[in-house]
Design a protein around this ligand. Structure first.
Ligand code: ATP
Ligand code: MG
Length: 510
């Protein structure tokens, strides 16, 4: 039976040292997109994992269509019509789309499901909701946005009529978000119920019908989207007004810190992703790289950081050639790196908060002297980082894997931004981070600039790039198509990002 309403009543969840959900009441109806908002660590994912029966609540009950439901496992939740699209997809990369959908299905005709039947249904679902994806494509060949569609198709195939979407747009480009919202509207209009989590308030305003705001595990507000605005939502979440525009003093540009000459590098599939790329970033400026993801930004950052081989060209930091040096050597040359793939490249998940906070810096004074750790210093240092960057953690000894997603991000940022580097490489620094923390990170990036650090900011968020950068380099297919001022029109930037328009002032780079 399709879901009409799902209700969580007085749900609490206690983890060691944390009350992640505190007497939460929440409901969602067929034909509605209900947004769940809250700062990092507010308890959004935990609440959704309870609904999807990945966690048992410490207290409280779930009602489906008015009846008390005893959900013992995600399989149970799915059997009751509840599907969850995880942020880290659970697809088998070497299988096709159809094989992934068929995986785990019970067949009436022996152990093997008839793939033709599955293919037909996948195509029907794809047409009905605009979830266009090639059924016979191998999953590893698909863009992230398409993999997400496969996850949605998988849930719909199993008759889910409530879809839980935990930060689905965090992995999408602005163009993909538009298409994704069209899909969500179709799903809603067809009578499904959707729960949508995002840190982007304009997304919540654009797509939801109602909003529930959590703070410290408790519901602090519930409004109809039509009756509210971004400012009010921000205030509900954080308890104060949030700054989104910065008045920066003019840049005090110093000498060239980063100089890249004719750099080329390949992506994971061995295809050239950065081609004959040249750029200079000076001390005291923020150079923003704008571009649709997948145009070589990530490979560029990794090549600079020593995490990806340069196949041609030279990278200089402070006149020192760092091309193809190890990450540790590059780091020792004064380069701090906030990677885009923070969950895998930025932390050791099994290590504690304190251990992760001193990764890379631990071998140097003041934290160590001639190879001997100074635990008092380490403790003071970590306590300060956690406090200043507002990392929500029960203690310094908590394993990083039990922190909320955004708090892991904040911890990495704390470690890297605190180093007073010569060059700061920041890739998508505020992705997955709440608005209060975004404000703080922006402030720190501007501080770094004032202190004479050369900042290379890579971001898909055009608002962010424009608000922070002194110059914007637009990247398309591994090259810079133009360098423009942050006052350039959004439409012009958009056209350049699509590779349609170059920079007239700088035609040689087109
Ligand atoms: N498995 C776990 N073990 C221990 N503590 C946990 C676990 N999962 C979550 N927590 C804690 O519960 C609190 C809520 O975390 P949750 O992941 O629900 O936050 P969130 O609102 O989803 O945050 P974010 O926006 O950063 O994703 C956090 O303090 C977190 O550290
Ligand atoms: Mg979360």
């Amino acid at each position: 039976m399709p879901i009409e309403t799902v209700e969580l009543r007085n749900v609490s969840k206690r983890f060691p040292g944390v009350l992640a959900n505190d007497q939460v009441n929440f409901d969602v109806h067929a034909g509605e997109i209900h947004a769940l908002l809250g700062e990092n660590g507010a308890g959004k994912s935990t609440l959704m994992k309870i609904l999807y029966a990945m966690y048992r609540p410490t207290e409280g009950e779930i009602f489906i269509n008015g009846k008390l439901a005893e959900l013992r496992s995600p399989a149970d939740a799915l059997a009751n019509g509840i599907g969850m699209i995880h942020q880290h997809f659970q697809l088998v990369p070497g299988f096709t789309v159809v094989e992934n959908v068929a995986l785990g299905l019970k067949s009436s005709r022996g152990p093997l499901t008839d793939l033709d039947v599955v293919t037909k249904r996948v195509q029907e679902l794809a047409t009905q909701y605009g979830l266009s994806v090639e059924p016979n494509a191998l999953v590893w060949q698909l863009a992230v946005g398409q993999q997400q569609r496969v996850e949605i198709i998988k849930a719909l195939y199993r008759d889910a009529s409530l879809l839980i979407l935990d930060e689905p747009t965090a992995v999408l480009t602005p163009q993909e978000v538009k298409e994704f919202f069209d899909i969500l509207r179709r799903l809603r209009d067809a009578g499904n119920a959707l729960i949508f989590i995002s840190h982007k308030l304009y997304e919540v305003m654009a797509i939801s019908d109602r909003v529930t705001v959590l703070r410290d595990g408790r519901v602090v507000g519930r409004v109809k989207t039509a009756d509210t605005n971004q400012k009010e939502l921000a205030r509900m979440m954080v308890g104060r007004d949030v700054i989104t525009r910065w008045d920066k003093p003019p840049a005090q540009q110093g000498p060239v810190v980063l100089k890249i000459e004719h750099l080329s590098a390949a992506n994971d599939k061995g295809i050239t992703a950065v081609r004959d790329f040249s750029l200079e970033v000076r001390a005291g400026e923020i150079l923003g790289i704008a571009g649709v993801s997948g145009n070589g930004q990530r490979e560029l950052a990794e090549a600079i950081a020593g995490m990806r081989r340069a196949t041609a060209g030279t990278i200089w930091v402070d006149n020192q050639n760092v091309t193809n040096q190890s990450p540790a050597q590059v780091s020792a040359s004064g380069v701090a790196f906030v990677p885009e793939e923070r969950m895998t490249m930025g932390v050791v998940r099994e290590f504690t908060v304190a251990e992760n906070a001193i990764l890379e810096t631990h071998a140097y004074p003041p934290l160590a002297n001639r190879g001997v750790f100074d635990f008092g210093q380490i403790n003071d240092h970590c306590t300060r980082l956690v406090r200043e960057y507002d990392v929500k953690t029960p203690s310094l000894d908590t394993p990083v894997k039990s922190l909320s997603g955004g708090n892991i991000q904040k911890l990495i940022l704390a470690r890297e931004l605190d180093r007073a580097p010569r060059l700061l490489l920041a890739a998508q620094p505020t992705r997955g981070v709440d608005i209060g923390a975004t404000e703080y990170i922006h402030k720190r990036l501007i501080e770094q600039r004032a202190n004479g650090t050369a900042v290379l900011l890579i971001s898909e968020d055009l608002e962010e790039v424009r608000a922070l950068s002194d110059r914007i380099a637009v990247m398309y297919e591994g090259q810079i198509v133009g360098i423009v001022s942050p006052d350039s029109k959004m439409e012009d930037l958009g056209l350049m990002m699509a590779g349609i328009k170059g920079n007239d002032a700088n035609p040689s780079t087109c």
